[in-house]
Design a protein around this ligand. Sequence first.
Ligand code: OGA
Ligand code: NI
Length: 339
Amino acid sequence: MESLVSNWFNAGTLPDSYVFPQQNRPGKLDFCIGKMIPVIDLQNHNRNTTIQKILDASQEYGIFQVINHGVPKELMDDTMKVMKKFHAMPLNDKARECSKDPKKSCKLYTSSEHYSAEQIHCWRDVLVHQCHPLEDYMQFWPDKPSTYKEVVGRFTVEARKMATRILELIDQGLGFSPGYLSDSEYSQKPILMVNHYPPCPDPCLTLGLPKHSDPSVITIVLQGNVPGLQVFKDGEWLVVEPLAHAFVINIGYVLQIISNGKLKGVEHRVVTNSSIARTTISMFIYPSDDSLIQPATALINARNPPLYRAFIYKEFRSKYLSAAADSKAVDEFIRQTTI
Ligand code: OGA
Ligand code: NI
């Protein structure tokens, strides 16, 4: 636990174990914000227009931002404040507050869950816990800061409602039966993850998170007002510009597979900065471990053969973790190989 970045980052120099290989370093940090990631207003009253915008953005970018999404702004601000306060607490308090469940439904770690096996560490601390149904998991959440359970409980309910709404729109857009993604085993396991990236002595040499695609159906991210999230598109890194009270929505591997490649997962990474801590709050929409993941039959026909094979979600998950999210290895695992 002493290895949490927030425990020692004031040391002043970047330890060698955080220096990424040359080809993965961010290098210069004046990135292109020119090409905008689409911003979609969910209050648009024409449902079909909204659906089309979501499909277009998911095909072209694999990522978009949503505004007027129904999650109260004050609740977003309060949740961000609680999370910042949590990560600012003394190490022992944080460790104690995250070790109440012997089954480890609430965890605190640094870099990745395999810290001791890593050659290079990422510049982040992570708080992660289950959040649905609340009554099963809330007892294991932190009691400090004192408002944690109350505020974060409301936030997870609202954020999940929004995720459900977006999945309903995607269900309709892809021609699935109602609830196919939005009310099924594909979306029964939302996880709340809080990434905390303290100020870093040398942001050119390291990353908060290296390039990866999420192993989720979709991920919704509240990134606050500090930039750091970047997506890889057409050979360059684009900054996902922080927009006040917006959520970033990105498409994960699972939706890419179920949609048979119609919607694309997006590769992204997180860069650090030297002046200000960045805290982000993500809800990953995961399938249940035993779900069968495969391209939806509604999208398969003679002209559109399945691009991916069928597998049980937990098999994919362990492959994803052991491949350290290496996209080539994961792609090989999910691709349909024709004999
Ligand atoms: C992730 C992720 C983005 C961020 O946790 O998978 O991509 O900005 N986070 O913290
Ligand atoms: Ni991610």
